[in-house]
Design a binder for this molecule. Structure first.
Ligand SMILES: *Cc1c(COP(=O)(O)O)cnc(C)c1O
Length: 356
């Protein structure tokens, strides 16, 4: 049976991408070698890495004042690596607190310097995005999470601040055009919207670096990665390859404007269906709803369980909400076809007819 993949991450990839990745495991570009056994310092891999970096730059429309790195350790490591590189012990950084990932970033920054919470949506269980910020003038940067994967909210504007802007874009990167040049540092784990698990994208403006006093172990120092041409140590070769293929797919399928149009079609279909069925209750303020992760509840826990069982029977996976918030969540990343959303909407309606 064909599975409908609503996983929140690792998540759905385009069929072409995993078909090409599978071929490359057997014979990479007719080299007679598997992608799994080529050296990372060969011209074969350098071509892959350079195409991935070039694809990122072209999708973001950013110039050579930025460097594109593929790093280990997930977005979670960036929670620590960002303040380690940018926040002096006596300095302070501003953070937005809009969900569990943002909170983790705040906690990690606390190991390195002072944190000012510029905005928090905790008062309403992170069901909305703050429209005003309170950023101290001396904050060395402002950090926020563009899409709150667990809670289902998304920033639909870019905060307007004078200090460098830093964003965790793990769960909505490349889902829409954006003025990426407003950011000084962007990071994203690849496994939600730009590849498979195992690698993290970090895009950093070079002039941001080298301004603090702390000694930084080389493997954690962005400058050392840049000096080494993004090959400071062995990168996850296969994960970089899959990400390169995914970026190629985004470009070949119309780029970010097309990704946004598809995302809006999917989200409109799903949210309109949910709004038309009183049984299902989206938890997030309408104007802040995520294009990527739709979070909703059924007030009756027994019915919620029954609905999840029916999803399973119909080959729909990943619909259970994150363990920290419960409820239901349907993730709709770039590669998800509209037909999958149509299928779950049909089930939502049918279930509501029978139980409502
Ligand atoms: C998934 C996710 C993370 C964690 O990513 P890892 O790669 O598991 O470290 C961080 N931030 C956001 C917004 C996420 O969605």
């Amino acid at each position: 049976m064909k599975m409908y993949n609503f996983n929140s991450g690792p998540s759905i990839l385009p069929e072409e991408v995993y078909a090409q990745a599978a071929d490359a495991i057997h014979n990479f570009n007719n080299t007679g070698l598997s992608i799994l056994e080529i050296g990372h310092r060969t011209s074969w891999f350098e071509e892959v890495l350079h195409e991935a970096q070039a694809n990122v730059k072209s999708l973001m429309q950013i110039d050579d004042s930025y460097e594109v790195l593929y790093l280990h350790g997930g977005a979670t490591t960036q929670f620590m690596q960002v303040p380690m590189n940018l926040l002096d012990t006596n300095a302070q950084a501003a953070y937005c607190d809009n969900g569990i990932w943002g909170k983790k970033a705040i906690e990690e920054a606390g190991y390195f310097g002072k944190v000012a919470v510029a905005a928090s949506s905790k008062d309403k269980g992170h069901t909305y995005i703050n429209k005003t910020l309170n950023v101290p003038d001396d904050a060395v940067y402002l950090h926020y999470t563009t899409n709150n994967t667990v809670e289902g909210t998304q920033w639909h504007h870019i905060p307007d601040v004078s200090m460098p802007l830093i964003a965790d874009m793990s769960s909505d990167i490349f889902c829409r055009p954006m003025d990426f040049s407003k950011f000084s540092l962007i990071y994203a784990g690849a496994q939600k919207n730009m590849g498979a698990a195992g690698v993290t994208l970090t895009v950093v403006k070079k002039d941001l670096l080298g301004k603090i006093n702390r000694p930084i172990p080389p493997i954690m120092d962005y400058r050392k990665h840049i000096e080494a041409g993004a090959l400071l140590n062995t990168p996850p070769v296969f994960a970089v390859y899959v990400s390169m293929l995914t970026l190629r797919w985004i470009i070949a399928n119309g780029g970010l404007a097309a990704m946004e149009q598809r995302a809006k079609e999917r989200a409109d279909l799903l949210y309109n269906t949910l709004d038309s069925l009183p049984l299902f209750k989206p938890t997030v303020a309408k104007e802040d709803r995520s294009l990527m992760n739709a979070v909703f509840i059924l007030e009756n826990g027994e019915l919620e369980k029954q609905f999840l069982d029916e999803c399973k029977k119909n080959g729909m996976i990943g619909v259970k909400g994150h363990r920290s918030v419960g409820g239901l969540r349907i993730s709709m990343y770039n590669a998800l076809p509209l037909s999958s959303v149509q299928a779950v909407c049909d089930l939502l309606k049918d279930f509501a007819n029978r139980k409502g």
